[in-house]
Design a protein around this ligand. Structure first.
Ligand SMILES: [Zn+2]
Length: 468
């Protein structure tokens, strides 16, 4: 048995130099510099070229797919094990202690944009492939490092790649968390729209949120000045809910606002939805008309719960937990009345069409209609699948920890693969610094992950139980 940890450590210096070279390329999407040959601007392509050249130097077969993606491949066989990674990064932003493209090493950490997302994990997986090749193990499958250059802004890289290249039979993406994420909920964007247009002149305007995937932390409404608002009642309401807000009189109307707390849509209960709270308060004030219809619907559908009970959308399963609803963008104006766009994260065994039909039926008697704006199916690999079993064994052998299977409400890069899971490389308990200033990776983690990936590749690619 190869001691992968020992083999990985032997090449630590070389691996860190490679990571520094890759981090030095500021591979951020540049829409202004897009040409036919540079689909995402010059730097993402430079990062791809650099890694493909490393593949050539290691005498593996490489392929560039339209300067959008590429692969480095080793081994023989009909089947492919895909390792999906990306070399593009989000912009550096400001407030860095160390240069974002310098790869500075301090206190056992390597700092730089992409250190943990996803250049560090990419280099770990790449060196893992080299370790396996050099070990001389005979592989009866092909192992393919698939390199995207547009993960951060729309996955156009892998969309193009899989239009032209084979889909691996199994794979993993080192672009999220250890141990293993095998369940990713479906993500749908759904619009609830008020049927009666032409508002009643009480609520003049309401606006909260810019993105469906965040809990809105601010809401503001303009109310006709004839409508009385009891300041004390509002203050009491704010205190009860432990939030802040205020009322100001303008010449022709009253402005009322409320500050909630932002959170990611994958668990709306971690935040305080400003739109829902403000509408709930206004619901006490309005007695009738389109204004009341709007606030009553907001209250019924979203106050006190984020699971879609009122709308008939609620569902949960053991693999992935509750379906969640986040009212992310809420507007009301005199022309269109109310519109609520939600991000729905639905459980992996959700009967989507059936549930939407139920929701539509429930809404027939209400002043609101429902429309699905977009829908990305859930991603799930069965816990009993040999891919999962093997990765769990590898993880436990190298960490001594049980390899718990994780389910998330967000989407990872792994959902691009037909049968793939997210596998690292952020270890449990490590702070997630992706996309932040002073992004870093622990060098020990990098080396441990390299050993884990090498072991995983060797076990998956010389699978002797194949065909059983
Ligand atoms: Zn990433």
């Amino acid at each position: 048995m190869t001691d992968w940890e020992k083999e990985a450590l032997k090449r630590q210096e070389n691996l860190l130099e490679d990571l520094q070279q890759l981090i030095a390329i500021p591979s951020v999407l540049d829409e202004n510099a897009v040409t036919k040959d540079l689909p995402f601007g010059p730097e993402p392509k430079r990062a791809l070229d650099w890694l493909l050249e490393e593949g050539r130097k290691a005498e593996m077969s490489v392929k560039n797919v339209d300067n959008m993606a590429g692969h480095i491949e080793m081994g023989n066989g009909d089947d492919i094990i895909g390792i999906l990674c990306h070399v593009d990064v989000v912009p550096a932003g400001s407030n860095w202690t160390y240069g974002p493209y310098d790869g500075t090493i301090v206190d056992g950490k390597l700092f730089g944009r992409g250190a943990i997302d996803d250049k560090g994990p990419t280099i770990a997986a790449w060196h893992a492939m080299k370790l396996v090749k050099e070990s001389g193990i005979t592989l009866n499958k092909r192992v393919r490092l698939i390199i995207g250059t547009d993960e951060e802004s729309g996955f156009r890289c892998v969309k193009r790649y899989f239009e032209k290249e084979e889909m691996p039979q199994i794979g993993f993406a080192p672009d999220a968390d250890f141990p293993i994420i095998n369940a990713e909920k479906g993500i749908a964007s759904v619009l609830f729209k008020q049927k009666s247009i032409g508002a009643d002149g009480q609520l003049l305007w309401f606006k909260s949120g810019n993105r469906t995937n965040m809990v809105p932390d601010y809401a503001e409404a303009h109310i006709a000045k004839e409508v009385g608002i009891d300041n004390d009642q509002f203050t009491t309401f704010l205190n009860i809910h432990n939030v802040t807000g205020g009322v100001t009189k303008e010449k022709d109307y009253t402005v009322i606002n409320l500050n909630g707390k932002s959170a990611h849509a994958m668990e709306p209960d971690n935040g305080v939805n400003a739109a829902v709270l403000l509408a709930s308060f206004l619901n006490r004030i309005f007695q009738e008309g389109t204004s009341k219809d709007f606030t009553q619907f907001m209250f019924n559908a979203f106050a006190n719960e984020s699971r879609g009970l009122f709308l008939g959308l609620a569902f949960n399963d053991e693999m992935s937990g509750d379906t969640t609803l986040n009212a992310g963008i809420v507007t009301y104006d005199q022309e269109n009345s109310g519109e609520i766009t939600i991000s729905m994260r639905y459980s992996v065994s959700y009967q989507f069409e059936e549930k939407m039909t139920t929701c539509m039926e429930r809404l027939t008697e209400t002043p609101f209609s429902v429309d699905v704006l977009s829908n990305s199916a859930p991603h799930y690999v069965d816990a009993a699948d040999p891919l999962i079993r093997t990765l769990q064994e590898v993880y436990t052998d190298h960490t001594g920890e049980h390899a718990e299977l994780l389910s998330i409400g967000g989407g990872t890069y792994a959902r691009v693969l037909e049968k793939g899971v997210a596998f690292g490389m952020l270890f449990p308990g490590r702070e997630d610094v992706a996309h932040q200033a002073d992004e870093y990776v622990y060098i020990d983690d990098l080396m441990k992950a390299t050993a884990i990936y090498a072991d995983a590749i060797s076990r998956l690619a010389c699978d002797e139980t194949e065909g059983e």
